[in-house]
Design a protein around this ligand. Structure first.
Ligand SMILES: O=c1ccn([C@@H]2O[C@H](COP(=O)(O)OP(=O)(O)O)[C@@H](O)[C@H]2O)c(=O)[nH]1
Length: 525
């Protein structure tokens, strides 16, 4: 055997012996004996487990997501027409279709103010009452998806204007309803009828609306009282712990909503809406049929010729019509808040009370309690006067009103060129009436006045009786609290995902710890 003794050399050169036995000088090192590192994670068992694990997790999470995925949201709708004394308003409500019996939140989608006056003003031309609704109704047809038209309930509720017309002339009131029903039946909705709401319903449904929108009913929180001021009537509704129903059962409305019992005090004062109250205040000043009245509730410099026949054309004042008055009278303003309050106080009867306590006109009222939402004309008037801020003390409200009433009429007209003169002229009276009704009438003090919030809407839905009315007629508020899933959708998916991942990690760890093959160090073959 011939051996080539390769002499040692210095790097970076190497000597390598070829199979022929010859030695070569090279810059490459001679190959080492073959070294193969085996990764234990690359065993077939691990790969199969990993693939199965990943597939299982993906499948689990997919099923969880798909099973509980909120289906493409579909909505249901309801339409309510509020036929008030001064105007009619239409509201469309919507709610998630799959939750219409309990948990779904009903929201106002659209509102439309009907042009012209309230339906009661069409007593002599009833067909026009129906026609007046067409524009808003046609818009509703566009607002509600076509496939929902036939199942969308449509209600018309009339309030104090129609209550008064019904008292005055029930035949005329029936004809107005016939015309309105005929018009509404011509639309593709599910018309559920037109009717006059009782004052108690108006008060109670206004209370339901406010507390529903505030989420107080579902959560069983202390409720908010509701103060509604219309043109022809006004309502006060609240829960009082000290309300003994037996003292005045006619003021009590009981509800069981979401598993809670409510004993609501409510009263509606017909003729004490701000328009009828103004007529009553004028009637007090024109008892003797004068040619001129100097009215402290109108601005200095205000002057308007008014007809006695128009002034007394309402059941709220007709009985007080003076004997043989002139045809017209001059209505001039004096702009004095304190004197205006004295005039306003005359429309209330504070002297007789057959109960332990009263508001006015011998009407029982339990002690005031909690906070109140004051809406409709309460809001319109106080918003115009810039007095909606709940932090404004009652004394400041009175001072601001006094200053506003004393402002000369020509200055007021100049400052508000876009507001109709008729409405503009009445804000001094309306503001004074609101403060007097709340303090002298309902007994709010300087302290409790701070609990009144003047509101137009809550979370995008108007405050008023219409939403509560629809919720009631569609059984949308259950008597008992609905059984809710313990977790919301997102929470459910998260829990399933995290649990699946934990399980996977656990399986891999246990394989690693308990299967000896997984512990082997890399080995050299
Ligand atoms: O944008 C508005 C809408 C209404 N009002 C007044 O608010 C009262 C609302 O009365 P509604 O017709 O609702 O009367 P109801 O039938 O409830 O007595 C009337 O005095 C209206 O003049 C207002 O000042 N601004």
């Amino acid at each position: 055997m011939f051996f080539c003794q390769c002499a040692p050399v210095f790097p970076p050169f190497f000597l390598s012996r070829q199979p022929s036995g010859l030695c070569f000088l090279s810059v490459f090192p001679p190959p080492l004996p073959e070294m193969k590192e085996k990764n234990p994670w690359h065993t077939p068992a691990t790969i199969i487990i990993t693939v199965i694990g990943v597939i299982a997790i993906v499948a689990l999470v997919t099923v969880a997501v798909l099973q509980n995925r909120p289906v493409l949201q579909k909505y249901k709708y309801g339409i309510v027409l509020d036929a008030g004394s001064s105007h009619t308003a239409l509201y469309i409500y919507e709610w998630p279709a799959e939750k219409d019996n309990n948990t779904g939140r009903v929201e106002q989608k659209y509102s439309c103010k009907v042009k012209g006056k309230g339906i009661s003003s069409y007593a002599n031309t009833p067909e026009k009452a129906g026609e007046s609704l067409n524009e808003c109704m046609q818009e509703s047809v566009k607002q509600v998806p076509k496939e929902r038209h036939h199942e969308t309930p449509l209600y018309l509720g009339a309030t104090a204007g129609m209550r008064l017309l019904n008292l005055e002339n029930s035949l005329a009131s029936d004809k107005v309803f016939q015309a309105v029903e005929k018009a509404l039946q011509g639309f593709p909705f599910s018309f559920q009828g037109a009717r006059i709401l009782s004052g108690q319903e108006e008060g109670a449904f206004g209370w339901v609306t406010v507390n529903y929108l505030d989420d107080r009913l579902k959560q069983g929180l202390e409720t908010t009282g509701a103060l509604d001021l219309g043109g022809a009537s006004t309502q006060i509704s609240f829960v009082s712990d000290n309300y003994d129903i037996s003292e005045s059962p006619s003021n009590s409305v009981t509800f069981r909503l979401y598993g809670n019992d409510y004993n609501l005090y409510t009263h509606s004062f017909l003729c004490y809406g701000k328009d009828q109250a103004l007529l009553m205040a004028l009637a007090h000043q024109t008892k003797s049929g004068p040619k001129t009245i100097v009215d402290p509730c109108f601005h200095p410099g205000y002057l308007e010729q008014k007809q006695y026949s128009v002034l007394y054309d309402s059941p709220c004042v007709s009985a007080r019509k003076p004997q043989n008055p002139t045809t017209t009278f001059s209505h001039t303003g004096a702009g004095n808040f304190t004197q205006c309050q004295d005039v306003v106080k005359k429309v209330f009867n504070f002297t007789s009370c057959q109960y332990s306590r009263c508001s006015f006109n011998d009407v029982f009222q339990p002690p005031l309690q909690g906070t109140y939402g004051a809406f409709s004309a309460y809001y319109f008037v106080m918003d115009f006067l810039n007095l909606t801020d709940a932090s404004t003390p009652l004394e400041t409200v009175k001072q601001k009103l006094a200053s506003y009433c004393a402002t000369p009429w020509n200055q007021i007209v100049q400052q508000h060129p876009t507001i109709k003169v008729k409405y503009l002229s009445e804000y001094c009276f309306s503001g004074t009436y609101i403060v007097t009704l709340l303090t002298e009438g309902y007994n709010f003090t300087s302290e409790s006045y701070a609990n009144i919030n003047f509101i137009k809407e809550i979370k995008g839905s108007d405050a008023g009786w219409t939403l509560g009315y629809m919720l009631n007629l569609t059984n949308m508020i259950p008597a008992e609290a609905p059984d809710l899933p313990p977790l919301p959708h997102a929470g459910y998916v998260s829990v399933v995902t995290i649990t699946a991942l934990l399980l996977f990690v656990l399986v891999i760890l246990s394989l690693f710890c308990f299967c000896p093959g997984f512990k082997k160090q890399p080995h050299i073959v």
